[in-house]
Design a protein around this ligand. Structure first.
Ligand code: C5P
Length: 438
């Protein structure tokens, strides 16, 4: 398979797969846009897709016969399905239903489209589209994660009003946004012609990424401390995603009960002051610094040398606390050209965007990951999380990317990919920053 060397769809052989969802009516416009961009387009429709849009429509728009069946002797005589799979330089499925995602995640080949996907080794994109509850279902999210691991690049879904009357994540990205995302992705591939991997995750080779994770423990005396419930799962998932993308990863970790991801250099610390010292040392040669730790805001002014004794005649004990340094703000206050790209977290229970934007500016961060921790089942200690990513965009509006509830491992991958993109590519491709839900 030849590597493309420029970010254009001109002459690209695209196999457009359409599965059976209401968004299939938008695929006609998508086929038109792809043709207009100079691509050669052949369409394969599942049985369900044909209930929403007629193959003849797509045939008229692409000028090519539309394939619908694996067992069609006439079509096979023209171009066999393996030949068709080899022909495609890029597979784009839009809309991709929950059922199709499940079948692809299982490696099934029970119709023409899934068979072609299994037999093709080029670049794979899909634009999921389904009801919001179906998208949020753990089975769908697990399938999405697995498909990403296999090298599928998920475009969207978008959030908003749905055909069924629900509101939430699951809308198919608009055809224009799909084409834009394709171009952005291809431009990245084009700038790395030697990378043979079909995996569309960002490439972090050559980058050093430092991540703080977990809680801090602020000692009161030799046996007691102040701390919080942070599990460290999000920070460890970020470390795992970063190392999978080829980065050198340093994980500065408070006390947690988690295994170190293979390949990650872990530095164990307890208190905020220890974490600050390790962070400052690591930041010197880091490209990206991510402050994911739940750092205690205060520590005891004085740590008692001996165990604090219970007093028999006092019902109350007064502890005097002093403020801990803000680790991430300390890293970020260095001159922009001598510090890493700094990513902070903001856990909020209300006015998520407003408070997160305030933190982004006040702490001089480059990007912030905002979580609404009032949502049950998400955030602290949970395996799932949702996030709103914000960065300094144009003067008119900040850059934003909304990530729907998903396993922390998947969310971590999107956060790392976005940080890498923000660090490098977005200056060249500002149009790749449109808001969407993934
Ligand atoms: O101000 P707040 O604690 O909400 O800010 C959260 C962000 O700041 C997180 O990225 C956290 O790791 C970082 N932080 C820090 N040092 C502190 C407090 C918070 O690095 N003392």
């Amino acid at each position: 398979m030849s590597q493309r060397t420029h970010a254009s769809l001109m002459g690209t052989r695209i196999l457009l797969g359409i599965s059976g969802g209401i968004a299939a009516y938008k695929s006609a416009h998508l086929a038109r846009l792809l043709k207009k961009a100079g691509a050669e387009v052949r369409v394969v429709m599942t049985e369900g897709a044909q209930a929403f849009i007629a193959p003849l429509t797509l045939q008229a728009l692409t000028g090519e016969p539309v394939r619908t069946s694996l067992l069609d002797p006439e079509a096979e005589a023209g171009m066999g399905h393996i030949e068709l799979a080899r022909w495609a330089e890029l597979i784009l499925i839009a809309p991709a239903t929950a059922d199709l995602m499940a079948r692809l995640a299982q490696g099934q080949a029970d119709d023409l489209l899934t068979t072609l996907c299994l037999a093709n080794d080029a670049q794979w994109f899909m634009a999921p589209a389904m009801n919001q509850a179906m998208w949020r279902h753990p089975a769908t999210l697990e399938n999405a994660r697995r498909l990403q691991d296999y090298g599928w690049r998920l475009l969207g879904p978008d959030a908003g009003d749905q055909a069924c009357g629900d509101v939430g994540p699951g809308r198919m990205l608009e055809p224009e946004a799909i084409v834009n995302e394709l171009l952005c992705d291809l431009s990245k591939t084009a700038s790395k012609p030697s990378d043979p991997s079909p995996n569309h995750a960002a490439d972090a080779s050559g980058l050093t990424i430092t991540i703080t994770a977990g809680p801090t423990r602020e000692p009161l005396d030799p046996v007691r401390y102040l701390s919080n419930h942070s599990s460290g799962k999000m920070g460890y998932a970020l470390a795992q995603a970063a190392v999978e993308r080829g980065a050198r990863v340093r994980l500065i970790s408070g006390p947690v009960a988690l295994e170190t991801p293979p390949g990650v250099e872990r530095v164990d610390v307890e208190s905020a002051l220890e974490m600050l010292e390790a962070a400052q040392k690591a930041a010197v040669d880091s490209d990206i610094f991510i402050g994911c730790a739940a750092v205690a805001d205060y520590r005891a002014e004085q740590i008692a040398e001996h165990k604090i004794k219970k007093s028999s005649d006092e019902d109350a004990l007064t502890l005097r606390l002093v403020k801990n340094p803000d680790i991430i703000a300390t890293i970020a206050e260095n001159a922009v050209n001598s510090r890493p790209f700094v990513v902070g977290f903001a856990a909020e229970t209300r006015d998520l965007e407003r408070y997160a934007l305030d933190k982004l500016t006040r702490k001089q961060l480059d990007m912030i990951v905002a979580n609404d921790v009032s949502q049950p089942g998400l955030g602290f200690g949970a395996d799932e999380n949702a996030a709103l990513l914000l960065w300094h965009g144009s003067e008119a509006a900040p850059g934003r990317l909304e990530l729907s509830p998903q396993p922390k491992t998947m969310l971590a991958a999107r956060i790392i990919d976005t940080a890498i993109k923000r660090l490098s590519a977005t200056d060249e491709h500002p149009s790749c920053t449109s808001s969407q839900v993934t």
